[in-house]
Design a protein. Structure first.
Length: 279
């Protein structure tokens, strides 16, 4: 057939284009977007698109991590609030006393440092270094004997007496008192005739307290050598030893003295394995 076809009238007629088959309209469910039901308002269509929510696995993991982070921060804030509550509620006089105690501890450490430096200078400058070293060795042995409880000691300090008519005082409360006294600079401690040293342990035993295996009963009497101006305030700080014992219905009295005698002794124990490295 030729490109143009003759027709009556004008002699030519245009060639009709080939018919293209009609493409059926894409179904709403194939496009990935659910079709809105007919007759719904715009707000109803919005609600239908948002609910139920479609949560992916990645979004779920992020949500769990954020929840864990928030929970941890909440616990940290609560912990900090509890630790600061005691000082926040303290009186101005108590806060000043706590600061003074910290200053006294710092001063004691500075004095000890200066004493050690003085000993070093004496050794370096002494004409008879051997004799000076012997003197310092004897003095050091005496000091270590006091700390080890093998020799008696005397000096200024305090006597603390704990009356426990209710039987509520336990070993951990007495241990807290010992630790607080040590932190305040106590150099020698004796409890009801038992010398307290570095390896002393306390335990509860048959409604009484045992110190290094020795049972003691109320009243508990602490004889402590140290600076009374440091020891007594350390026991009376807010939330400290005295307040804790009084909450347990115990009665605590603290007396300062210019002369405290600590005469309970501990037998010198020879180490089984440790030896001096200078031998």
């Amino acid at each position: 057939m030729s490109e143009h076809e003759e027709t009556p009238g004008n002699g030519l007629r245009k060639e009709l284009p080939e018919e293209v088959p009609a493409t059926p309209a894409e179904k709403p469910e194939e496009s990935g977007t659910p079709a809105a039901e007919p007759g719904l308002t715009g707000r109803q269509r919005l609600v239908q698109g948002l609910w139920p929510p479609r949560v992916t696995r990645a979004q779920l993991i992020v949500a769990v991590l954020l929840f864990g982070l928030g929970f941890g921060l909440a616990i940290q804030v609560a912990s900090n609030s509890d630790s600061d509550s005691a000082l926040r509620g303290a009186r101005q006089e108590d806060l000043v006393r706590i600061l003074d105690e910290l200053d006294d501890r710092t001063q004691r450490l500075e004095d000890e440092k200066q004493g050690l430096e003085k000993q070093r200078d004496e050794l370096e400058n002494s004409s008879d270094q051997a004799e000076e070293a012997r003197k310092q060795t004897v003095e050091k042995e005496r000091q270590l004997g006091i700390l080890a409880g093998t020799v008696a000691a005397q000096g200024p300090g305090i006597t603390m007496t704990i009356e426990d008519s209710k039987g509520t005082v336990e070993a951990d409360m007495l241990l807290d008192a010992i630790q607080e006294l040590r932190a305040a600079g106590a150099e020698a401690i004796q409890v009801n005739g038992v010398r307290v040293v570095a390896d002393t342990y306390l335990s509860d035993s048959d409604k009484s307290v045992s110190v290094d295996g020795n049972k003691i009963t109320a009243p508990f009497r602490f004889k402590v050598i140290g600076n009374p101006q440091d020891l007594e305030p350390a026991l009376n700080i807010p939330g400290g030893v005295v307040q804790t014992l009084e909450k347990e219905q115990a009665t605590v009295t603290v007396e300062r003295s210019d002369k405290i005698v600590v005469d309970a002794l501990r037998a010198a124990k020879r180490p089984d394995y440790a030896r001096s490295s200078s031998q």
